[in-house]
Write a protein that binds this ligand. Structure first.
Ligand SMILES: [Zn+2]
Length: 407
């Protein structure tokens, strides 16, 4: 994202070295845990739990089915003891994407300060934010907060926003009703108030094998799959050329994309099986279910011909993931709070999906605002600038002011 002039309000002199950052020891600790999504995040979660406990803050954990991974939710009470109503949730995912096969110049699970940057997996996405927020726990515990502040740390965000669903269900079941949620995904500390929804699907075509000299005796799964993929491409073109648009997004229309296709075994065999995965990243006013219904209706036209050769042939669609989009009203209280803290007068919308949509769906309006650039996320030599972390620290200082001011 490009930084508009409004960001200058957040600027202060960039920290001269990592040691000038309040969060530096925490960044080193958090980056030091290898929390690649496929592995356990418990070591990190237990460390944070102990850290909070040292400040008298109790954590609430929710686990995955195998109890290998956990979400952590913790509340710093307001001075009147209020923990349930109001307040701000600071939220981040603890998992990171793999470093396998990536050329790293520094140890990926070690925060390394070089010049005006800190390198390490998760520095931008999004342990820099989590560390900066946690670094304010001692201060918030000693301040007369008029509203509670909550921490929400999730697992398995990078593999489909899986873990946070349990955290949100638990928070709702315990009767918490925070004012809203700030998700610290890297936005360059710009305020993002909307993102697209993302639905992904798998289509399986079951054909009928035959010698390739006898194609009429077979049902070619690859060719039928390609017809459906081509139809999806047509739908995508329709959105691009004639769809409804929202110019506030970097990609201002709903997109449809096929990313993986597998089919066939040898050229001289009419292929029996082919499957492909496609995704829809949609604007709030487009419904991915309509797109799925349309493509299913198109696929059905192949069935009579397929069944005439073999009644066991068919086409199946399966939903792989579902992440809702979100679009917060400009006048929502959490937008006002985030504007105050970031100094932002403008807001943006993004095409990637985050956990914000799930909070939003659970009546916890969410905005996205965090240090670093999404372009550095998932890359080898992932880094975050000291300047961005300095902005994030300023954001938290202003949040302190917000939290102690009666409203
Ligand atoms: Zn992230």
């Amino acid at each position: 994202m490009t930084a508009p002039a409004s960001l200058s309000r957040l600027r202060r002199a960039a920290p001269a070295s990592a040691n000038d950052l309040r969060a530096w020891p925490l960044i080193r600790t958090l980056v030091g845990f290898d929390t690649t999504s496929r592995d356990s995040n418990l070591a990190l979660i237990e460390w944070v739990q102990d850290y909070l406990a040292e400040h008298g803050v109790e954590s609430h954990l929710t686990f995955d089915d195998g109890a290998r991974k956990a979400n952590l939710f913790a509340t710093l009470a307001a001075r009147d003891g209020e923990t349930l109503k109001g307040g701000v949730v600071l939220s981040g995912h603890t998992d990171v994407v793999p470093v396998d096969g990536q050329p790293w110049d520094t140890p990926p699970f070690e925060a390394t300060a070089i010049d005006d940057r800190i390198h390490g997996r998760g520095t931008a996405d999004m342990k820099g934010f989590i560390a900066t927020a946690l670094a304010f726990v001692p201060e918030w515990c000693s301040q007369p907060l008029t509203r509670p502040v909550h921490f929400a740390l999730s697992y398995d965000e990078e593999v489909g926003c899986i873990g946070v669903r349990r955290l949100i269900a638990d928070v709702a079941a315990r009767g918490l009703s925070p004012t809203g949620c700030i998700i610290g995904e890297p936005t360059g500390m710009e305020l993002v108030i909307a993102h697209k929804g993302k639905h992904s699907f798998r289509c399986r075509v079951r054909g009928h094998e035959a010698h390739s000299s006898l194609t009429p005796h077979g049902v070619n799964a690859v060719q039928i799959a390609c017809e459906i993929v081509t139809y999806l491409t047509g739908i995508a073109r329709g959105f691009r050329d004639e769809g409804r648009f929202d110019g506030a997004y970097d990609v201002p229309f709903t997109t449809v994309h096929t990313g993986v296709i597998h089919g066939g075994t040898a050229l001289n065999i009419v292929p029996r099986d082919c499957w492909f995965d496609f995704e829809v990243r949609h604007l709030p006013f487009d419904d991915p279910q309509d797109i799925l219904d349309e493509v299913k209706a198109y696929a059905e036209r192949f069935l009579p011909e397929m069944h005439a050769v073999d009644p066991h042939t068919g086409i199946e669609f399966e939903q792989l993931s579902r992440s809702p989009g979100m679009d917060v009203d400009h006048d929502n209280a959490i937008v006002a709070i985030a504007k105050c803290c970031s100094g932002s007068t403008t807001t943006g919308k993004v095409s990637y999906s985050t956990e914000a949509g799930l909070f939003h769906d659970a009546s916890m309006p969410a905005v996205i605002c965090g240090p670093g650039d999404i372009a550095q996320a998932h890359q080898p030599n992932e880094w975050i600038s000291l300047e961005q972390l300095g902005h994030c620290e300023t954001f938290m200082q202003r949040l302190t002011h917000e939290l102690v001011t009666p409203r």
